[in-house]
Design a protein around this ligand. Structure first.
Ligand code: PEP
Length: 254
């Protein structure tokens, strides 16, 4: 089965409205019809910029996503939260859930990540669920057990069928924003492990599942990562803030 690569830009809490406009305009100008046919480009700006970015993307093949959403479906008294339905309304197709920064800095547990995953799907969004081990865990030989627990928490809660409309991002925590990238072989090993976990429950869903790599992806290393059999694109932080760099990464996948 061929899996169309996905290149997602996670802007995190960066940029002004004016800088965001410049970035979007440059990406629009740089993406070709052939590139868009071969791979999907997704931008995940901060919540408050979503409506503006949606407007600037009109008529372009670039998709819009959010960086997080509420773990509660529907609406209600949840001060400060943003629902999946609201994200759909402003044009999002995807949403990142369980990013390591959310897990480490905001205390998101596997249970919360699973609830967000289900809330996203209930709203018609494709969740991009992030998993990854810390350096200490890798050095202690715990990579597989950590990834296994993080993936199982979502699969057990949402069911394997839910992964026909979901994306997994393998993001080793030690590689995020550090300039240290997993080697293509290191990443491939974990990607194959993740696909194997899903395949043990449903081989067809596993074959169609996109597993992205994230962690200091740059134009210079993207091609060798995306050449691996089980790497279906990237979740890109820092390098997604520079149009030329992000376009180079995109071209490596397209
Ligand atoms: C990320 O934000 O998910 C990420 C992988 O960041 P960076 O590309 O900067 O390492």
């Amino acid at each position: 089965m061929t899996r169309k690569p996905l290149i997602a830009g996670n802007w995190k809490m960066n940029g002004s409205l004016a800088e965001s406009r410049q970035l979007v305009d440059a990406l629009r100008a740089g993406i070709t019809a052939g590139g868009a046919a071969a791979a999907t480009m997704l931008l995940c700006p901060p919540f408050v910029y979503l409506p503006a970015v949606q407007g600037w993307l009109q008529g372009s093949p670039i998709a819009l996503g959010a960086q997080d959403l509420a773990d509660k479906p529907g609406s209600g008294a949840y001060t400060g939260e943003v629902s999946g339905q609201m994200l759909r309304e402003v044009g999002c197709s995807h949403v990142i859930v369980g990013h390591s920064e959310r897990r480490a800095l905001y205390g998101e547990t596997d249970a919360v990540v699973a609830a967000k995953f289900k809330a996203a799907q209930a709203a018609g969004l494709v969740p991009i669920v992030c998993v990854g081990e810390t350096l200490e865990q890798r050095e202690a030989g715990q990579t597989r057990s950590v990834i296994s627990a993080q993936v199982a928490a979502v699969v057990d809660s949402a069911g394997v069928q839910a992964f026909s409309k979901a994306v997994i991002a393998y993001e080793p925590v030690w590689a995020i924003g550090t300039g240290r990238t997993a080697t293509p072989d290191q990443a491939q090993e974990v990607h194959a492990f993740i696909r194997g976990m899903v395949a043990a429950r449903d081989a067809t869903i596993a074959a169609g599942l996109r597993v992205l790599y994230g962690g200091s992806v740059k134009g210079a290393n993207a091609r060798s990562l995306f050449a691996m059999a089980d790497i279906d694109g990237g979740l890109v932080g820092g390098a997604s803030l520079t149009a030329a760099e992000f376009l180079e990464i995109f071209r490596a996948a397209a």
